[in-house]
Design a protein around this ligand. Sequence first.
Ligand code: NAD
Ligand code: MG
Length: 396
Amino acid sequence: MNTIRRLTILGSTGSIGESTLDVVARHPDRFKVVALTANNNVDAMLQQCQRFCPRYAVMLDPSSAEQLANLINNNVGLETEVLAGIEALEKVASLPEVDVVMAAIVGAAGILPTFAAAQSGKLVLLANKETLVMAGRIFMDLVKQHGATLLPIDSEHNAIYQSLPHKFNGNLSAEGVSHILLTASGGPFREAPLASLEQVTPAQACAHPNWDMGRKISVDSATMMNKGLEVIEAHWLFNAAPEKIQVVIHPQSVIHSMVQYIDGSVLAQLGNPDMRTPIAHAMGYPDRIDSGVAPLDMFAVAHLDFEAPDFERFPCLKLAYKALAEGGNMPAVLNAANEIAVESFLNEQMPFTAIPLMIEHVMLSIPHEEVSILDDVLKADRLARTAAREWLANLK
Ligand code: NAD
Ligand code: MG
């Protein structure tokens, strides 16, 4: 007999949120949904409420919350309470009747509710890598201080977690680890002629060869900023010095990352590229549970290829290493500038190739500062967004 895990899913209408609910639906004996949250997608949220009957549904946007509340009130039998705004997101991330919080909001918007979950000692399943990029040290300290447990959902970090010794305590060299090998597909433009990148459309950038994801992370994968953010994420999660994290281009996305040990062993986690595997791993942990993912067919895969990353083709990767080396407010500046750059590209306000230019400009224009509390991080985030918008205005 399993004890039931009671869940809040932050960002339930997104790609990770939907995959999480798919895993939940396979295990009604293990999971109970207490709260679901979204930005403004009322239709998707109503459907999820009808299917999973949560105690709370939160919409960030107040008018979406009002619409949802009207629809729910007309739906006889549904007792879901609808809440609105950022405080409500923090509330459902820290409810006493919740054990597990899936942090799957996209971008810096996820930081406050993810912090709230850690602060209330939850089992935090972290998809929102931006929290660690912006405020890695502060967040890891908070997790420790409040006795929260952190399990990585990002497929690479989940693979690394699975390839490290059980109950890894943050000391890589004591465990005989020589390197973390962080795999990357290289995205849709790994082999595209460099001159063609100027003309890339949002639809092309979002068409990832192996993974089906939200639009922001899809563009991040096309610029390889996603891998840069993941280097910073790995640094904090595994207490790994930047030179201990080697990015390895692996176009098939079958190996999700590896850990190299000093005796010559390399341990890897493999599987079909489907986020339900790392989600099920973390949701069931330490038990293994069915995820709905098809078994890996090695004969169909046939080849596994590897190459070194090309920093000239992917300047965003270089910028992320630079932000990590500079530390302090710089990773938060990098992250915020990247969010504005991706949004501006998706809105067709600037070309794909302007993304690293905007980020580099913003990183150079904001002075380095140390960060010791969340407010310092939020200030860096605000300054970077303003600088990025100014750069865009001058571009026109
Ligand atoms: P998505 O865009 O598909 O979904 C985002 C979710 O967040 C939605 O439910 C949306 O309503 C909500 N949201 C958006 N803006 C919000 C705001 N301002 N306030 C509150 N809620 C808001 O994104 P996704 O692809 O599911 O990614 C979610 C997170 O997981 C990101 O941090 C991403 O980097 C990470 N991640 C995703 C994948 C993937 O395969 N999709 C893999 C690894 C990591
Ligand atoms: Mg990843």
